[in-house]
Design a protein around this ligand. Structure first.
Ligand code: IPE
Ligand code: MG
Length: 238
């Protein structure tokens, strides 16, 4: 009888967001509060990414966006930027774990700003997961929303487009063809967007767990989904 009850309960809370976007923040503070160097926070932050992705896909979230490195983050000390890039460089098995989840990798960011060997790795990830259909990992790396929008405008000009509609404009964003985020979650308790998905965030719900990114795990994901399920979305209607 118990298993039957549990199943019913799960069916009741099935309305999960189609797209969750996470702003990973607080890696440095997490480390500093533990008396560790900042890079330890980034290292643990990478483990948090794996836990969060696993749980999101398990819960049936179709699209997960992650803000991992911004255009502004290039202004950090070179050692820190290099360390973060190395974490990605040395990420073994990412393609395989995405394929296992049937998740397609997409870069949301400016490939041209990224070191060449990592560009190759990103292209490889995109190609290897191109046929995956169930989920999407929309990876915000060297990403800035204003940069994205200005790029889109410049590309529209290059293509000789004289007048745009929302539909045309959206095709020039990194997120072309992706549904907008239903829920934007920022770690670390800070309540701001920091140049993240400014166009796509138009109707998103927001949630701010009082936790640094390295402490994000399956439980925090469940908490985010539960918070979302309590919201009433009206999209400007009554
Ligand atoms: C987020 O953590 C990770 C990146 C931006 C790469 P931070 O590095 O911003 O951590 P805090 O905000 O300094 O604590
Ligand atoms: Mg920060």
């Amino acid at each position: 009888m118990a298993w039957f009850k549990r199943k019913n309960k799960e069916q009741k809370s099935q309305v999960v967001p189609r797209h969750i976007a996470f702003i990973a923040d607080g890696n440095g503070r997490w480390a500093t509060e533990k008396g560790l160097p900042r890079f330890e926070g980034h290292k643990s932050g990478k483990e948090a990414i794996k836990k969060v992705l696993d749980r999101c896909y398990e819960r049936g979230i179709e699209i997960v966006s992650l803000f991992c490195f911004s255009t502004e983050n290039f202004n950090r000390p070179k050692e820190e930027v290099d360390y973060i890039f190395n974490l990605f460089r040395n990420w073994e098995g990412l393609a395989e774990s995405l394929i296992k989840r049937d998740a397609k990798f997409r870069l949301m960011g400016d490939l041209g700003l990224i070191p060449e060997d990592i560009q190759e790795k990103l292209k490889e990830l995109t190609e290897k997961t191109a046929d995956c259909k169930t989920h999407v990992l929309n990876f915000g790396f060297a990403y800035g929303a204003r940069h994205e929008i200005v790029n889109a405008v410049n590309n529209l000009i290059k293509d000789g487009v004289k007048e745009v509609t929302e539909e045309i404009f959206e095709k020039y964003l990194y997120t072309a063809g992706l549904a907008d985020p239903d829920l934007i979650v920022r770690a670390s308790g800070e309540q701001r967007l920091s140049n993240f998905m400014l166009y796509q965030a138009a109707y998103a719900e927001f949630y701010f767990p009082q936790k640094y990114w390295p402490d994000f795990d399956a439980k925090v994901v469940d908490e985010c989904i539960e918070a979302y399920q309590k919201r009433k979305r009206r999209f400007g209607k009554v």
